[in-house]
Structure formats: C-alpha cells, structure tokens
Design a binder for this molecule. Sequence first.
Ligand code: UD1
Length: 420
Amino acid sequence: MDKLIIEGGVKLKGELTVSGAKNAVLPILAATLLTDDACIIKGVPDLRDTNTMIKILRSLGKDAELENGTVSVSNLKKISHVADYKLVSTMRASFCVLGPLLGKLKKAKVSLPGGCIIGVRPVDLHLKGIRALGTDITIESGYVIAKAEKLKGNHVYLGGVYGSSVLATDNVMMAAVLASGKTIIESAACEPEVVDLAEFLIKMGARIKGQGTPVIEIEGVRCLHGATHTIIPDRIEAGTIMLAALITRGDILIKNIFYKHLGALIDKLEEAGASLVKTENSIHLRYKKPLTAVNITTLPYPGFPTDMQAQMMALMSVTPGISVITEKIYPDRFMHVAELNRMGAHIQREGPHAIVEGVKELSGAPVMASDLRASACLVLAGLSARGKTSISRIYHLERGYQDLEEKLEKLGAKIWREKE
Ligand code: UD1
C-alpha cells in the first residue's frame, strides 16, 4: 500500500483543469442499462469508482471501455438482472443499477450496499420510491429482489430524516422513465449531478421536467435509444482546489468549473474575506489577506455540500477565530477531526458539531485517511503544515480525485508517494 508524503508550506501557483464529476458519471453509466443501443459518455474521470462501475456494467452483459476520457458502452450479450455482492459492496453508488435494471427488465437482484465509515447509510428511500411504482420488493440473503409485472407511474415523496437523497432520486427517475404513465417525485434531490443524469436520460428519449427543483415529473415512454453526453465538471474537486489555493496562500486559475454549482462554498469563502474572480467556466483565486473564521452547516444542494465539510475544516483549522461546523447530512462524518488534531489543530466535537479554534499553523505528522473527502482534508492540511506529513490509506483518494498528486505537483506542491 502506498502512502502520500507532503512537504508543506509551498504557495501553490498556476492553472488547473477540473475533471468530470464522479457523482454524475456513476448514475449516468448505470443509465446506459436502459437501452440496447450504444452510448458514448465523454469527460469521464479515470477513477477507481468509475472503473468499478464499468466492471459492474460488464458483469451485467455490457461491453464498456474507458479510453482517453470517453466511455463507449454497447450490448455484448443478454443483460443480467443480478448485480453481484462482490462488486456492489466495494462501492455504495453501484446500488443505482437497481432503477435501470428494473426499468428495462422489470426485475432486479442487487446486493445491499452495506455500511460505511461516514455513518449508517440506509436505502429505505430508494425502496420506498421503487415500491411506489408497483414493484414487489423482498430482502433475501443480503440482496434486494425487485419484480414488477409492469411499472406504473405514481406520486412519490422522497424526503427523509436528513432531507432529499441523491441516489434514491436517481434510482426512482431511472425506473420511472420506462414506466407507464406519469411519475411525480416530490422532495427530489436538486444536485447538479441529478440534473446531469436527467439531461442524459432526455437525450435517450425520456420525458422529464423539473430536474434541479424538488419536484420532478416523468412521463414514461416505451423505450429509450442510445445517446452521447459530456459529464459536468466535478464541483467537489473544484472546491477542494479552491481551498488548496487559500490554505497555501497561493494563486490558482481553475478551469472547467461551473461556479453556479459552487454557490454555497463561494458565499462562505467571500464571507471569510477571500477574493475570487469568476467567469462562466473558470475561477481565479488569489490569497490577498488573512481570512476570518466562518460557521458552516452542511445541507442538501444548494446548501453547503457535505462532501466539502472536511476540506473546509482543514482551512478553518488555520483561520483565526472560532468556526462552528455542523454536519446535517451525515452526523458522524468527523473521522478527520482526530487526524487534524494530531497535526496541531484545536477541534472539539460536540455531537453533529465541530468547534474549530483556528491555530497559527499546523505541523506535519503521520496521519491516516478514513474516507474519500477526509483524505482530501488531510492533503490540504499537509500542504499548509510546517514540515512533513505522511498520509496512509490514500487509496481512498483514488476513488474520487483523478491525478491529484500530479495536478498539485504542477502547481508547485512537494508531494510524492512512498511504499508503506
Ligand atoms: C450522494 C453522493 C455523496 C454525497 C451524498 C450527499 C453520489 C455517488 N454520492 O450519496 O458523495 O456525500 O450524496 O450529498 O452521488 N438516506 C436515507 N435513506 C435513503 C437514502 C439516504 O435516510 O434511502 C440519508 C443518508 O443516510 C444521508 C442523506 O439521506 O443522511 C443523504 O444521502 P444521499 O443523498 O442518499 O447520499 P447518496 O446519494 O448515497
């Protein structure tokens, strides 16, 4: 296993182009199961999660290949309705093959995704929505077994204890596009990645309205055809690099970024005193003066993304003042607190809150990555810290950031891999 070594204290400077969005490409690849025609997906990031989804498509009977950022998907043999435990258990997002398998084949057997280090992650909303379309669902030996004589459109309310659900909205939308009649999803997730999936489905011939709002209307059609689509830029990668610019007091021009997808983060950074120059698809961030602490509460989109909480905590840990960070999506997503404290941060956890007292500087230390975004948080901390930081279990990073080390190296970071 590799670990990542960072010699901190270098101001990052230069230009960086953001890759395609992981959370958009995974359901979009799953959606290719809805047609027998070929599909071409462009702007695909070369990530472990993308490759896992490609393996799942292959295991279900598709021919899928990632080459130079483009995935071509076509039918190789009869599509199977069984998504195997071994593959689904390695990546939670693979559960989003349930909707398209059911839509296309009217039956699906998909392994339950299981627990996760960032907390309990149930699938009750997925099952509630799929059941409402006339599906009979049983859970047997760790598998969800779904069967429908015929899928029928319905009113589905998808609000849960923690708000809307991204992948449940995706799953229900993908099942409903081939149902008979109209489906209305209320309390639908509004994330840009849900909109990107809807746009792809529309290109395939689906009839969808209201994507990006809490009410999505789907008029079922008889069949979908192949389509070509380019994935939106990854707003979480973009946000992580924005914070890398600030935490290292650097100067970075970030390209292939939709600033409209980053409203909550930009608002908080401006409140903290950062100055950003935005164009339609780039942001220039230059550190001009010390920031001040701000409070953060994570919420479903367009609120502050939970996937940026850990990285923001790294920035606040070296920002003068007190910042209260409240996690409303995954109340246990605080594995990074102890690791930041190992580097000299002053952070106290109080239930779903973390109270961060900014320190003058962090000092490099051996730390351990626990999940994808916690890894990004530790990279940011390491970039700003005095001395050397070594981050173990960095395979988490490869799930969601394409070529992060190379990208940071180009910006001047002293970062390299070593064997554990
Ligand atoms: C997606 C993202 C993930 C992000 C998360 C929240 C992908 C591939 N992953 O995950 O990066 O952190 O959105 O923005 O897009 N919940 C239930 N019942 C359900 C489903 C979810 O109670 O059936 C809860 C979850 O435990 C969580 C909240 O709803 O508290 C939101 O989760 P959800 O939006 O479903 O996350 P994912 O779609 O799995």
